[in-house]
Design a protein around this ligand. Structure first.
Ligand SMILES: [Zn+2]
Length: 428
């Protein structure tokens, strides 16, 4: 007897429609006898969504203590500097709990959060470490020690990073392009890698998040990864300066990133509004070179970055929104490219985070997401609600999708926004 039988699941990737059995939290072959049966009717099913880059400590602070009127990165940093002074452990926890619920409702079951450690009291990190304990296995949480004001340019920055590791940070961060000089930026990358190697931790650095084509710290990351044998354990986030590099230099650095088996995270929501702010027309997009990185075999992931904070006032923690924006800003509207967008919020970040037991294999954990849409292209196009989110065989989120009708020629008819009722868009 199964605990649960899901009928008519359309699997992402193959597009195959089949039944899925669940017993003791594990995916098993379907059997006729089950305690509960849920008919999916050809709905798209993927493994859990994975959020590889968010700043949970800053979520839901938009407008506090004042709104960002220009919408720029720099006004955002100034406002955050004011807001940090009033941080308390309970304030951070209350906001993060709220957004983690939103993420779970969206199907996100693994989150990597950068946490600002440029605070002598490390209040945000203490709050997140406590919360990671309190939420248990409801959602996976990795914490990055992130020095928002720099490691070498902030008083006591190195010591704060070491204290963050002692407190329980899982990943070492950095922000080399924000250090006072090029040399300090290089040293900050070497410091982060040495600290990670010493403690057996992974690395995830905010790297070259600027339109300055002279910001070239990704090359230092690749060199340190190779020197210390950290291949597969290092992520470079944002890397927007790559957009502005000359093609010969970009070619060289992309090959070195591939050689070092680094993971890349692009953050289309924030970077589409924050980059290009110093340009007169034409205004650059300021995204990293996604297609070229992928063509070189690099694992590229999509991050959400901000949810209603001083840098980005919108969002509700749904990776599909970020994928939708990247379809446009990354010129990823080709049929095969649209399907890859879904991999960039599921299997790709699962690799970057080093998640074990990830996927929809028989014998693996029954953790999955059911969409109110039949295919991958429809998921990107419609950003539909998640009908069902399963974690280790238990339903942890459920949405009753809205049903729409129109009155046409005097008759009420259903509208589902699909080209042919119930079937996926081409390529889906
Ligand atoms: Zn970020």
């Amino acid at each position: 007897m199964l605990d649960l039988l899901l009928t008519g699941a359309r699997l992402a990737g193959s597009g195959e429609v089949r039944d899925l059995g669940v017993r003791d939290g594990v995916l098993v072959s379907p059997e006729p006898e089950a305690r509960e049966v849920i008919a999916l009717g050809g709905a798209l099913v993927t493994p859990p969504l994975v959020e590889p880059h968010i700043h949970l400590d800053a979520v839901l602070t938009e407008g506090q203590p004042r709104p960002n009127l220009s919408g720029s990165l720099f006004e955002g940093i100034a406002i955050w500097g004011e807001r940090v002074k009033s941080l308390t452990i309970e304030d951070v926890k209350a906001r993060v709990r709220q957004v983690l619920r939103w993420q779970l409702a969206n199907g996100v079951q693994h989150v990597r959060s950068h946490v600002d450690v440029c605070d002598p009291h490390l209040r945000a990190l203490r709050a997140l470490v406590q919360l990671r304990e309190e939420i248990g296995d409801q959602i996976g949480l990795q914490l990055v020690a992130f020095p928002q004001q720099g490691v070498l340019s902030f008083p006591g920055g190195q010591e704060l990073m070491r204290r963050a590791v002692a407190l329980g940070a899982d990943v070492i961060g950095g922000i080399p392009h924000f250090e006072l000089t090029r040399e300090m930026g290089v040293d900050s990358v070497k410091f982060a890698f040495a600290l990670a190697a010493e403690h057996g931790l992974r690395v995830d650095i905010h790297c070259d998040e600027t339109d300055d084509d002279h910001s070239r710290f990704v090359e230092v990351m690749a060199a340190e990864t190779l020197r210390l044998g950290l291949e597969g354990r290092v992520t470079a986030s944002h890397t927007t300066a790559m957009h502005s590099y000359n093609n010969a230099y970009a070619y060289r650095v992309i090959n070195n990133v591939a050689r070092a088996r680094m993971h890349m995270v692009t953050n289309p929501l924030d970077n589409s509004v924050l980059q290009g702010r110093f340009d007169s027309y034409p205004v650059r997009r300021g995204h990293t070179r996604i297609k070229e990185l992928m063509a070189a075999g690099v694992n590229v992931c999509i991050g959400h970055d901000s949810v209603m904070d001083p840098w980005y006032p919108l969002g509700y923690g749904d990776p599909l929104q970020a994928a939708f924006v990247l379809a446009h800003y990354g010129h990823m509207s080709g049929a095969e490219e649209l399907k890859r967008l879904l991999e960039m919020i599921t299997v790709n970040p699962a690799r970057a985070l080093g998640l074990p037991d990830y996927g929809l294999e028989t014998g693996g954990p029954a953790s999955l997401v059911v969409y109110d849409a039949p295919g991958e292209v429809d998921a990107v196009r419609l950003i539909p609600r998640r009908r069902l989110v399963l974690r280790r065989g238990r339903v942890v989120a459920r949405t009753e999708p809205a049903r729409t009708t129109v009155i046409w020629d005097g008759r009420e008819e259903p509208v589902d926004f699909l080209p042919v009722h119930g079937s996926p868009a081409s390529g889906g």
